[in-house]
Design a protein around this ligand. Structure first.
Ligand code: 0RA
Length: 648
């Protein structure tokens, strides 16, 4: 950053020097700015540039954004906003665009009056993208001219250049960048990941046309996302493979006390709650005040509506809980807040208290009026919630009964569980093991100080198609809940009570194993999502092969590794006798082998489950585990070609 260094020195500007250090710091510690240098960080670069374009859209100057993945995995983002300013900054003595791209957090400096709503979580500025790209080029159309600049690893290489004239009304910004291979460990963009976020952005920013084009060989495709109905289309999309209980989607878009509030909701005949909340386009995975306001208004309005309805006359004491009114509910809540306070471990929980009351007051008025004016929908909602309440009551009775026998009570752990001796959850691991025989090997092979083993017999219930009372009456599931100790569902769950901070799913490397793993993940995702959010859920990676020569033995986790090892053992002549054993199940390994390959923290690989993209995960579970057969068939057909490890 030689150029800007000179400028800063001649200005004795301490804060200027500070920010210059800043950009170097971005290359030194990229993780601090974009979270990681793996695939996730790579995708954040695109989101960062697109967020800037969306800011232009929110300010009312842009209605079209296009993203292109080029053949070499470089990216172009084009928008028709005002264009990054190119005039000289009065004190920094650099063109606005150069400041925006070479100075950390410069964005706001010359943009005080505009109302920026994105940013926050990954609102680190386009200068970060520049710092982490081996090359970045920018073209700006503004004031009837087209301008150009070029950078290498954050350093200016081509000063601001005027390329020529354009029509006065033709404005916008085009950014091309190639992520730096010296920084990123993964350089390949994943089309579905980008498509999912861009689709989401189109739902969240009504009317903005967002397109995505893939130019990579064999991957060529293009999609345009454009939601004229805003969140209405989001809910429609989420409910696409479900049977809805009413056709009309309840929808509101309003501003209260300077807070933008947009809501859409619709009930389906399922038992899950599908609720997404956003603040300034950022998915608030941990919820917060906006969600609290919404939920409390929803519960209160529906209870008031029940009081007025005929159903209540039969049972005066009837109260619907929050869980009851949210059974089968698909809802999206999006708020736009000027100064959001993000809290929580992943900084995705809104803290602003004024938002809670604004949302609550608004939803109270809007929803009460809607149900009043649409009695048919009102009745459907009440019937659904009453059915949920009855089922919950039945479940409670069943639970109370069994609780006396301590089924869900941690005080009496399930007999099948081989617990560990340590009690600090942060140190303890629970292995959920497929089958009694592998369970037996795991019990013998484990380190009993910190590793607990729970063998699972057969398949667990598919919770995607069951209601809470049925879920709780399933023996296998009850055992898991009791062993973990954290309780279940929104109202009974407490992460502090979790007895293990690593819950490791260990299944066979075959179709049944994959099915059991999916069933368990569905259960955790739907009933104990906090375990996933806290990073407590893992998947064990048992080896697929044992490659041995005499007393020497090695383990291979895929075909390539198997070939590599057997080649090595076979020596140059390839005549030496090498024995290759394909593990069909965990049960084929003896306790010592299981420990060495899959359970020993020093040598094992375990995959942490995270839900980076909640919408994508929701859809996937619904497609794979839900009622409708057709979407599942389509998914399997579309993805069958990617399956490399199918063992039939
Ligand atoms: C700073 C100020 C203004 C716009 C932008 C930056 C801007 C940045 C990017 C990045 C991609 N597309 C963009 N579009 C705009 C406000 C400009 C004004 O006040 O006219």
């Amino acid at each position: 950053m030689a150029k800007t260094n000179d400028a800063a020195e001649s200005h004795y500007d301490a804060s200027g020097i500070q920010v210059l250090k800043g950009l170097e710091a971005v290359r030194k510690r990229p993780g601090m700015y974009i979270g990681s240098t793996s695939s996730r960080g790579l995708h954040h670069l695109v989101y960062e540039v697109v967020d800037n374009s969306i800011d232009e859209a929110l300010a009312g100057y842009c209605d079209s954004v296009s993203v292109t993945i080029h053949a070499d995995n470089s990216i172009t983002v084009v928008d028709n906003g005002r264009g990054i300013p190119v005039d000289m900054h009065p004190t920094e003595k650099l063109p606005g665009v150069e400041l925006a791209l070479t100075v950390l957090h410069a964005g706001g400096k010359f943009d005080k009056n505009s109302y920026k709503v994105s940013g926050g979580l990954h609102g680190v500025g386009v200068s970060v993208v520049n710092a982490l790209s081996e090359n970045l080029k920018v073209w700006i159309k503004r004031d009837g001219k087209e301008h150009y600049m070029d950078f290498v690893r954050g350093d200016t290489t081509t000063q601001l250049t005027m390329l020529g004239k354009v029509k006065e009304k033709d404005t916008g910004t085009k950014v091309w960048f190639k992520p730096d291979h010296e920084i990123f460990t993964e350089l390949n963009y994943d089309y579905p990941t980008l498509a999912s976020r861009l689709r989401e952005l189109s739902f969240l920013n009504k009317g903005v046309r967002i397109s995505l084009k893939d130019e990579r060989e064999g991957e060529e495709k293009e999609e345009t996302f454009h939601a004229k109905g805003g969140l209405r289309e989001f809910v429609q999309f989420l409910n696409a493979s479900r049977k809805v209980l009413h056709n009309e989607i309840l929808y509101a878009d309003a501003e209260r006390d300077g807070i933008g509030i947009e809501i859409a909701l619709q009930y389906n005949d399922g038992y899950n709650e599908t609720m997404f909340s956003f603040v300034n386009n950022i998915n608030t995975h941990e919820g917060g005040t906006h969600l609290t306001g919404f939920k409390s208004a929803l519960t209160s309005v529906i209870n008031k509506h029940l009081d007025k309805s005929s159903a209540a006359k039969k049972d005066k004491e009837l109260r619907l809980s929050g869980d009851d009114v949210r059974e089968g509910l698909t809802a999206v809540l999006s708020v736009k807040v000027k100064e959001p306070q993000f809290e929580g471990p992943t900084k995705t929980k809104l803290g602003n208290s004024e938002v809670e009351s604004a949302v609550k007051t608004f939803v109270n008025e809007w929803l009460a009026e809607y149900l009043e004016e649409h009695p048919r929908v009102g009745n459907i909602v009440i019937e659904k919630a009453l059915a949920a309440a009855r089922a919950r009551e039945a479940a409670r009775k069943a639970r109370d009964l069994t609780r006396k026998k301590s089924a869900l009570d941690v005080g009496n752990l399930p007999g099948k569980l081989a617990d560990c001796s340590l009690s600090d959850p942060a140190l303890c691991e629970l292995y959920l093991v497929e089958g009694d025989s592998a369970g037996g090997s795991a019990k013998q092979g484990r380190d009993r100080m910190f590793q607990a083993i729970l063998p699972l017999r057969g398949k667990i219930l598919n919770v995607e198609r069951a209601r809470i009372d049925k879920i709780l009456s399933n023996e296998e599931i009850r055992t898991i809940i009791t062993a973990i100790g954290s309780g279940i569902g929104e109202e009974d769950f407490s992460i502090e009570q979790a007895r293990y901070h690593k819950i490791i799913i260990m299944t066979d490397a075959d179709v049944d194993g994959a099915h059991i793993r999916t069933l368990l993940l569905t259960f955790f995702f739907r009933q104990m999502p906090q375990l996933i959010e806290s990073g407590f859920i893992y998947i064990a990676q048992p080896p697929l092969y044992r490659v041995a020569r005499g007393k020497e033995e090695y383990y291979a986790f895929d075909e390539a590794q198997r070939e590599e090892i057997s080649g090595r053992l076979g020596g140059a002549d390839g005549k030496t006798n090498v024995n290759i054993q394909r593990y069909k199940g965990l049960g084929e390994m003896n306790p010592e082998q299981l420990w060495k390959t899959t359970m020993d923290p020093a040598t094992r690989t375990i995959l942490k489950v995270n839900v980076e993209d909640a919408t994508l995960a929701h859809q996937l579970f619904e497609t794979l585990m839900g009622d409708e057969v057709e979407p599942r068939r389509a998914f399997i057909e579309a993805n069958a070609k990617f399956v490399s490890n199918l063992d039939i």
